[in-house]
Design a protein around this ligand. Structure first.
Ligand SMILES: Nc1ncnc2c1ncn2[C@@H]1O[C@H](COP(=O)(O)OP(=O)(O)O)[C@@H](O)[C@H]1O
Ligand SMILES: [Mg+2]
Length: 326
């Protein structure tokens, strides 16, 4: 463990925020770490899990810990793209049109149950995420400098859901799957819920200001990555495109590998994770831990793989076993 004295002010603020979040969201430490990683790496996050696993709650809690304006959008089957982006409103006084910004014009956007809306609405969101601007009519409006989308979805088996467009999924830096908390945490969740009925929680931690957040991002950009690790990261991504050289069966499972967007995302996320852990350098563990969440939504499997019940996660584990760690 790194001693507190070695941490920068921004690192200490994030340690405090993380500890506070862990006290409010029990037993979902990976989720909390990934939310903070995405925030520090300027990426968007998609979280998939069964209902009732505190997905919405987690994002609400994070938004209370940061000085930023927050908006939750509940995705429903009848939502329209303009409900997200905003639209030109006619002004009868002078016959002009005025742009009425939609809910995407916030710093932190919770896109809740994103797979309950059809593809057109999902695309409007994914485009805004990639371009950080919104075009309505002939005008283009920039989104705020701090703009992060955290989306949730229920597993696709659920009735009445629309799968996200595969080709655009890589707008999400990280795609995390969460599971039920361990049995030992269930009582703590119960106790917390009871306590919160008695005393509605007050924010004890001072929210992190945007100046601190941007300073933190600057420090993340300066985190050191050794040449050998950079090579390892690149080899991992290249392996997704050319898996047959590692193992014959892998070649038959992966149809498309990850794009350079994945390379950049893995680099940024690994630095952010290292920084969160109080290190000034990336360790192989940062890359290995994040690779599944960076890659699982960017790989397209072959029909053979699907027929054999092979998942993207299995392919990623196989690649992690086979690409040599420096
Ligand atoms: N790990 C947890 N820590 C604290 N509370 C939890 C946890 N998991 C579930 N809960 C409780 O369950 C409720 C449901 O959470 P919610 O965020 O609405 O779930 P989801 O969005 O995943 O469907 C929360 O309000 C909270 O009271
Ligand atoms: Mg929810």
């Amino acid at each position: 463990m790194v001693s507190n004295a070695d941490l920068t002010d921004a690192q200490q603020s994030f340690q405090t925020l993380k500890a506070w979040m862990e006290s409010r969201i029990i037993g979902q430490d990976v989720l909390i770490e990934r939310m903070l990683t995405a925030l520090l790496a300027d990426g968007h996050l998609l979280v998939e899990g069964a209902p009732g696993l505190a997905k919405t709650r987690a994002i609400n809690v994070l938004s209370q810990g940061i000085e930023a304006d927050f908006h939750r959008i509940q995705f429903t089957p009848d939502l329209l793209p303009a409900d997200l982006t905003g639209t030109d409103i006619y002004r009868p006084q002078d016959g002009s049109f005025e742009f009425q910004p939609g809910p995407l014009f916030h710093n932190l956007v919770l896109a809740d149950e994103i797979n309950r809306s059809p593809a057109k609405v999902q695309s409007a969101l994914l485009e805004a995420m990639a371009e950080r601007q919104i075009t309505v009519g002939r005008e283009t409006y920039p989104l705020p400098a701090l703009f992060m989308v955290m989306a949730t979805q229920n597993p696709l088996e659920h009735e009445g859901t629309y799968p996200l467009p595969e080709a655009q999924l890589d707008r999400f830096m990280l795609f995390l799957r969460i599971a039920y908390p361990e049995p030992r945490h269930e009582r703590a969740i119960l106790k917390l819920a009871r306590d919160e009925v008695r005393d509605p929680p007050v924010t004890d931690a001072k929210p992190i200001g945007q100046t601190t957040l941007f300073a933190a991002r600057q420090q993340v950009a300066d985190v050191y990555m050794a040449d050998a690790l950079e090579e390892y990261l690149v080899q991992l991504i290249l392996a997704t495109r050319n898996p047959g050289i590692f193992a014959e069966e892998l070649g038959g499972w992966l149809q498309y590998g990850a794009s350079p967007r994945a390379t950049i995302a893995l680099d940024r996320a690994a630095r952010a994770r290292a920084w969160l852990k109080g290190r000034q350098y990336v360790a192989p563990e940062d890359i290995q831990t994040l690779a599944p969440d960076i890659l699982r939504h960017r790989l397209i499997l072959t029909y053979t793989a699907e027929a054999e019940g092979i998942t993207a996660d299995q392919c990623i584990q196989e690649l992690l076993r086979r690409v040599a760690v420096p």
